[in-house]
Design a protein around this ligand. Structure first.
Ligand code: ZN
Length: 1026
């Protein structure tokens, strides 16, 4: 085609081309075969061109819309086009390469391909032309996911890559997340066996310094406990994850393509080669070694892949002819190997890259809290998924019928950096929630049938269908639980099965709504146990009715007036059964009805709350908490708690930066004073006391002090946040003490290691403080704590939130946000969540909890870690009805999946117990403490595998990498030993790890912060009655 045209070109035009191009000496055109074979050339500057497409697993469009190209009026993006055209382009030239990252998209594409196409693609993968990197289902966020979810979503993607392609990804590619966590580096990096990690977004001040000092590439040790044994080579891009200016080649991009046809106008080969060399030299000036990487692509690019590859073919050809630098098709793996081969010493990085600011007034710390209801939903289902897999395993995974796969998939996608982060459009948020709810519905069946199977095992042989039906109450947080109310109103008994997914026995007080006040609670032996009736407050009932209508589309027939509370004891990985019945006349008095007293502001006295060793003291006069006392631990402290809000900046001052879904930019702080004359309502009873506070028409809270617990539980209800005044609001709570904390506080990394934070300070550079509030916010998934020389104040959370310590002795959490301006970071929609019923829509109300405790110095970790794990994994409740009194005689009332004499130590959690489809069992054990964190628990822990699998014979145990896609041994053998600048082997305190598993003893050692993953083959002895 080109030749035919050349012959038809009139002679006069050729002169014009010669003039325009200026360098063309001949008017002859012949076919140019571009030489793209170039590999690394030692001694030269090597420009590694890495073709990639950044495909968000949902953002402005849903994951499926992005895949098939739906809703293109929002954004012309179609991942199907990307994969179709990339594969053709790779097949055209075997030197071309491409990396693919998001398995959620790749799976969608793969299942639609013919066998013939699949064979070709597998060849591309085997030859290294197409390389999977990162390899999770999505590129997860790093601030708001829990580490267990990060592991699960990565495992799912890696398993897919292993099963389909027999490949093991080598490189972490977290190019877009808005700040980077320590857990990402060591756990979701080094512990996966990754050789390197790459990303783009770090604080603009940090980047400026690193550019100057050539420290964009570092060796990152994310864990103090695991140190150099879990380090990873990390590369930060000089600017962003796109190519240098002038080298983007999507169809509508404006970069000048190379025009090398002498018969056409605008011949520009030399000019473009000069541009390329200049850009390469600029990057070389900020990079160590003579290897630089260009990320050739950005969001949803390569929809017509040839437009990129055609240009890269030409650049490689002409730049290498020019010879000043060496250009080649590459991947991050090839680049990593080149960096390693350079034998350089790299600067050391510790801690993390939070918070992230891209401009002086743009701290991306708002998303730590954005969409708190969705964040809470993700967290609840994360724990549910963990428990459901255990129960699925105890019953035996069925090959047909319901399973946990849909929930696994939905949870994986929900970890994306525009999902749980809360930075997607509203319709996309709804799509994630819908997927989660579909997954939950199926997993709920798994849980119900497994519990029925386990409860009936005594009478059946495990064959046939279980007859017991169990219901669960996902809306228990708004006191909506039809089975618990119905049973009693129908004169039947309510059977409550309580499952504990942790490896240790738990004693807790649970609450369930009931329809009558004549209630008696019996344990599995039929003995009456103490119980307490608590009135359901009118505000809780109102919210309950509203949200039942919004979620289920119907009015609850009747709302319960009481909750019954009782203490339960549940064995490790097992359940207990309790029966709630209506009291008969001849029986005992039944449940104790709580006393309720409302204190008027005029009552000038101190109110003491708490039946056990924890006492909270309130001032009736001021209507607020004043002191925290733990009589058992001899702790007494001044403590206050208050609410306030920041008004979201609307971006109308000199800097047009508004507060939005990503960015937190406050414009003034406002206290929220109680508007009511009547301030405190105190509910008392034998098991717990409650303090009800209605702060204003849209904030209320209930503080609970349980007799057996030494912490306070605060349940808050916030919303609808009023914005009728035209001001967006970001709601916070502050806990204030007199502790002298010297600007220092500690926040967790994805629910795992705690990192020391110092107000207005960064370890890596001299911080210029522009945003004294937003710039001191950090993500919190587990908790935040303060210390002075005598005391520790700890707060644990039930979902990810943003928080800080903006004044000594004070902890602040951001609990909800409603904003009316976009923060110009791409989502293009305001973060204004509403909930609708037929009568209309209003701002979203959220209900959540945080937990508070004050300890003597050195004693806080035990609570944070052990109770923190209990908060992550709440007891799972299932309900059934019973006609007579024969439940206990016809059912197994207590069960433990592990040896009844055994319990895991309090510093170890089973974070995965799952039957894989090949019958193997995936087991992950996590040490919950860091080195030096607690005098008793920061020790090597032991787990006896034989006792975890009673009645089963363990035939084979293989220790695996964290994502279970390779043996741990092979992974360690392949690990690259990076050199760290200025560190000698002696400097680091010795890193401790558990020893290899003895195949006869089967005793697993876990060192502080260690997570160990095993694939286990067990024989199929019937678990129960076998
Ligand atoms: Zn993205």
């Amino acid at each position: 085609m080109a030749m035919a045209m050349a012959m038809a070109v009139p002679i006069t035009l050729l002169f014009a081309i010669v003039l325009a191009g200026g360098v063309v000496s001949s008017a002859e055109f012949s076919y140019i075969e571009y030489n793209t074979t170039q590999r690394i050339v030692p001694g030269k500057i090597n420009v590694h061109l890495v073709p990639h497409s950044h495909d968000d697993v949902g953002w402005l469009k849903t994951v499926d819309q992005y895949y098939f190209g739906g809703n293109n009026s929002i954004r012309g993006a179609c991942v199907q086009n990307v994969l179709d055209s990339v594969i053709s382009a790779l097949l055209e030239d075997k030197n071309r390469k491409f990396i693919y990252v998001e398995m959620a998209f790749f799976q969608r594409w793969w299942r639609q391909q013919s066998n013939a196409k699949k064979i070709k693609v597998k060849e591309l993968v085997n030859s290294g032309q197409l390389e999977f990197i990162n390899g999770g289902m999505c590129m997860h966020d790093e601030a708001t996911p829990h580490y267990i979810d990060m592991i699960d979503q990565t495992t799912l993607g890696h398993k897919y890559i292993k099963d389909e392609f027999d490949q093991i990804p080598r490189v972490g590619w977290q190019i877009d997340p808005f700040g980077h966590s320590a857990v990402q580096a060591y756990l979701l990096g080094a512990e996966l066996g990754f050789d390197s990690l790459f990303f783009a977004r770090i604080d603009y001040q940090d980047r400026a310094k690193r550019l100057e000092e050539k420290t964009l590439e570092v060796v990152w040790q994310g864990s103090k406990s695991l140190g150099s044994s879990s380090q990873i080579f990390t590369g930060i891009f000089p600017r962003h994850y796109d190519p240098p200016d002038g080298f983007t080649f999507e169809i509508n991009d404006v970069s000048p393509p190379i025009q090398d046809d002498v018969l056409l106008f605008d011949y520009n080969v030399q000019e473009r080669v000069n541009d390329f060399v200049a850009a390469a030299l600029a990057q070389t000036n900020v990079t160590r070694t003579n290897h630089i990487m260009w990320a050739m692509g950005t969001d949803f690019r390569y929809q017509y892949a040839n437009s990129w590859f055609r240009q890269m073919d030409k650049f490689i050809h002409y730049v290498n002819q020019d010879g000043r630098v060496n250009a080649l098709y590459s991947t991050p793996s090839i680049y990593t190997d080149a960096k390693y081969a350079a034998n350089e010493q790299w600067p050391l990085k510790t801690d993390d890259f939070f918070p992230y600011a891209d401009k002086p007034n743009a701290y991306w710390t708002g998303y730590f809290t954005s969409r708190p209801a969705f964040k809470g939903y993700v967290r609840v289902l994360s724990a549910y998924y963990l428990a459901a897999r255990q129960l699925e395993f105890f019953k035996g995974k069925s090959t047909s019928g319901p399973n946990t796969d849909a929930l696994a998939d939905a949870l994986a996608i929900a970890q994306h950096h525009d999902a749980v982060s809360g930075t997607q459009r509203q319709h996309v948020a709804a799509d994630y929630a819908l997927r989660l709810s579909i997954g939950y519905k199926e997993a709920e069946k798994v849980v119900a049938s497994s519990l029925a199977f386990l409860a009936e095992s005594r009478s059946s042989t495990g064959e046939g269908n279980s007859v017991t039906s169990f219901q669960q109450c996902p809306l228990l947080n708004i006191s909506f639980c039809p089975p618990s109310e119905a049973a009693l109103s129908n004169g039947k008994n309510l059977v409550v099965i309580i499952y504990n997914s942790l490896g240790w026995k738990r004693e807790e007080t649970i609450r369930i709504p009931v329809s009558t006040e004549r209630v008696i609670v019996k344990d599995s032996e039929g003995k009456e146990i103490e119980s307490q009736l608590l009135p359901i407050s009118s505000s809780t009932a109102r919210i309950g009715r509203h949200y039942v209508k919004a979620y289920l589309g119907r009015n609850p027939s009747e709302t319960a007036k009481y909750s019954v509370a009782f203490s339960v004891s549940v064995p490790p990985l097992g359940f207990s059964t309790y029966v709630v019945a209506t009291t008969k006349e001849k029986e005992g008095p039944g449940s104790t009805i709580s006393t309720v007293h409302t204190y008027e502001a005029s009552e000038n006295n101190t109110i003491e709350v708490g039946q056990g060793s924890l006492k909270l003291l309130y001032s009736a006069d001021e209507g607020k908490l004043t002191r925290y006392v733990n009589t058992k631990k001899s702790v007494t402290a001044f403590a206050e708690q208050s609410y306030g809000y920041y008004s979201g900046n609307d971006g109308t001052d000199k800097d047009p930066q508004a507060s939005g879904a990503y960015v937190f930019r406050p414009n003034g702080t406002f206290c929220i004073k109680s508007e009511n004359q009547t301030r405190l309502t105190v509910v008392r009873g034998p098991l717990l006391d409650e303090v009800h506070q209605q702060l204003n028409s849209w904030i209320s809270q209930v503080t609970r002090v349980y007799k057996e617990k030494e912490h306070a539980e605060v349940e808050f209800s916030i919303g609808p946040i009023p914005v009728i005044d035209g001001i967006g609001k970001e709601i916070i709570t502050q806990i204030t003490t007199t502790m002298k904390t010297n600007k220092t506080f500690y926040t967790d990394s994805n629910g795992r290691d705690f990192i020391k934070r110092i107000r207005d300070f960064r370890k890596d550079w001299e911080l210029q403080v522009n945003q004294p509030i937003a710039g001191n916010y950090y993500p919190i998934n587990l908790g935040i704590y303060l210390q002075d020389n005598s005391t520790e104040l700890s707060v644990l959370v039930d979902r990810s939130v943003g928080g800080s310590s903006l004044a000594d002795g004070q902890i602040e959490l951001m609990l909800h946000r409603r904003l009316i301006h976009d923060d110009i970071r791409g989502v293009g929609e305001v973060l204004n969540e509403t909930v609708c019923v037929p009568e209309g829509c209003d701002g979203l109300t959220i209900i959540g909890k945080f937990y508070l405790r004050i300890d003597r110095i050195g004693e806080g970790a035990k609570w944070r870690r052990t109770v923190g794990q209990e908060i992550y994994s709440p007891l799972l409740l299932a309900f059934s009805e019973q006609d007579g009194n024969d439940w206990m005689s016809s059912h197994i009332s207590t069960f433990s999946g592990i040896d009844p004499s055994y319990s895991l130590p309090n510093n170890v959690a089973i974070i995965t117990l799952q039957e894989m489809e090949n019958g193997k069992v995936l087991l992950r054990l996590a040490h919950l403490y860091e080195t030096g964190e607690d005098k008793d628990y920061s020790m090597m822990a032991n787990v006896e595998l034989k006792k975890l699998f009673p009645n089963k014979k363990i035939k084979e145990v293989t220790e695996m990498s964290l994502s279970a896609n390779q043996g741990r041994d092979e992974m360690e053998k392949r690990r690259l030993a990076w050199k760290v600048k200025g560190s000698s082997a002696g400097e680091e305190s010795k890193v401790v790890r558990g020893g290899p598993l003895d195949p006869s003893k089967l005793l697993v050692e876990l060192a502080p912060m260690e997570i160990r993953t095993f694939l286990i083959v067990v024989d199929h002895i019937q678990m129960l009655g076998g």
